[in-house]
Design a protein around this ligand. Structure first.
Ligand SMILES: Cc1cc2nc3c(=O)[nH]c(=O)nc-3n(C[C@H](O)[C@H](O)[C@H](O)COP(=O)(O)OP(=O)(O)OC[C@H]3O[C@@H](n4cnc5c(N)ncnc54)[C@H](O)[C@@H]3O)c2cc1C
Length: 419
């Protein structure tokens, strides 16, 4: 286990500076333009690939850091630049995480490089879990995967919604129900390559959003999509064994026998994967909040009313003090959870959820205060704080809403399966 320290290593400081410079010189100058265009900023992603910031190697090395803190540092700096563009660059890692957490070593070796492509031919990946009637309650998903044994093919049907990079990705990781009556335990993940676009997998509606507008979000329609048996992540044998166990558990529960709760057993793997990714999402929110805090601090020092800078009023100065305090508290929660996750220290009090919950709500609050400090200017699109406020709001919704994070924390601290 790597001891916890708040002092960044030389390598981490260099990494932080490098990503910050990319954000400042490449992302920030075009952030407003891509927000208005509401399109994927391909030239920025290509530039990130060219300098080595969008690549398997880069994310592999960053993930590999034993302190766990390198990934949050990268996320904070990128999203300080712009959250919509930041998500366009890191959205692929959602699909990659889906492959890493479920795939066999061979599948990981085959598919993960294809998620990024090359600097000359950049590719994206997507993770398709949510459905119109299965958002927070993923266990109720309707998308079905049926095995055609004669052809060794899986047939997928259903509609996925709000999918980051949905339809424009080369690699889609799709979660579907194999045995719906087993709920979450009856689900499996499938990897779908670009050859199936227009042949069973299609992009549905592209959503026009409140914020992170440079990030592409759309439906993914699966219509009699036939994929080879090898596209089942983890393989058929493992799935069959898992389903058999789940059936046994269900039968035992029907007979009234005591079964371990989902928190004790099967549900834990999926839960642990989500919990582990939450500090990175929290770090993205910290990046947005820091951008708004820095901007409004500068503004408050230079904007004069009643013959003095507005920061000379306690009402403004104390707000900035609170903004900085909450921002630093959010980062500390993120770094703690990132370190715990990387060093397999159990999140016994839902520390992963705490970091995402607090950072998300802090970003919304800090960006709102920033608008207030800028007054009329803050409300116009001539200044970036209104965009940061719009961008921040998604952090109380995706990757588990604030309410779902509170549910996880309250269950963890109480030991009670609060409904
Ligand atoms: C921009 C964007 C990008 C996204 N990207 C992806 C992606 O790449 N892949 C993917 O699979 N999904 C993605 N999502 C989906 C996202 O994860 C869901 O929107 C989220 O999980 C919430 O689900 P929902 O929208 O159906 O809300 P609902 O589940 O309908 O919730 C509505 C409200 O009810 C509350 N609520 C629900 N259940 C409870 C409860 N038990 N107790 C208390 N309150 C509760 C919620 O907190 C929320 O406030 C994305 C969404 C957006 C908007």
């Amino acid at each position: 286990m790597t001891g916890f320290t708040l002092e960044l290593t030389e390598d981490q400081q260099t990494l932080q500076k490098w990503v910050h410079e990319f954000s400042e010189t490449v992302i920030r100058p075009v952030a407003s333009e891509w927000d208005e265009r509401e399109e994927t900023p391909w030239p920025v992603i290509q530039e990130a690939a060219k300098v080595g910031l969008y690549s398997l190697d880069f994310f592999g090395q960053t993930w590999g850091d034993q302190t766990g803190v390198s990934l949050p540092i990268v996320m904070e700096e990128l999203f300080w630049g712009d959250a919509g563009i930041g998500l366009s660059i890191v959205g692929t890692t959602l699909g990659v995480a889906g492959i890493l957490s479920n795939g066999t070593p061979d599948q990981v070796g085959e598919w993960v490089p294809r998620c990024f492509g090359t600097p000359d031919d950049v590719k994206l990946a997507a993770l398709a879990v949510s459905e119109p009637n299965a958002g927070s309650d993923v266990s109720s998903m309707k998308t079905r995967a049926v095995y055609d044994e004669a052809k060794d093919e899986w047939v997928l049907n259903g509609v996925k919604t709000w999918i980051t990079n949905g339809g424009i990705a080369d690699v889609h990781v799709v979660v579907a129900a194999v045995e719906p009556e087993l709920k979450a335990r009856g689900q499996a993940s499938f990897v779908v390559g670009p050859e199936f676009k227009g042949k069973g997998l299609a992009q549905g509606q592209k959503f026009k959003k409140h914020g992170i507008r440079a990030s592409h979000t759309s439906e993914v329609i699966l219509d009699d999509l036939r994929i080879p048996g090898s596209c089942l992540l983890g393989g058929k044998e493992k799935l069959d064994a898992r389903l058999a166990k789940a059936r046994e558990r269900m039968e035992a529960a029907k007979r009234g026998e005591q079964v371990q709760s989902s928190r004790e057993k099967g549900g834990q793997a999926a839960m642990a994967t989500f919990e582990a990714s939450r500090p990175s999402v929290g770090a993205q929110a910290v990046g947005i909040a820091r951008a708004a805090y820095e901007y409004s601090l500068d503004y408050a020092k230079t904007r004069e009313q009643f013959g003095r800078p507005i920061i000379a009023n306690q009402g403004i100065a104390f707000t900035l003090a609170d903004m900085k305090t909450r921002l630093d508290a959010a980062r500390l929660l993120v770094w703690r959870a990132a370190w715990m996750g990387r060093n397999q220290v159990p999140f016994s009090s839902g520390e992963g959820s705490m970091s995402k919950l607090y950072a998300g709500e802090t970003a919304v609050w800090v960006t709102e205060q920033a608008i207030q400090i800028l007054g009329g200017n803050g409300y116009t699109r001539e200044y970036p704080v209104e965009r940061w406020h719009r961008d921040a709001k998604i952090y109380t919704i995706f990757e588990g809403t604030s309410e779902i994070q509170r549910l996880i924390i309250s269950r963890a601290i109480s030991g009670i399966q609060i409904p």
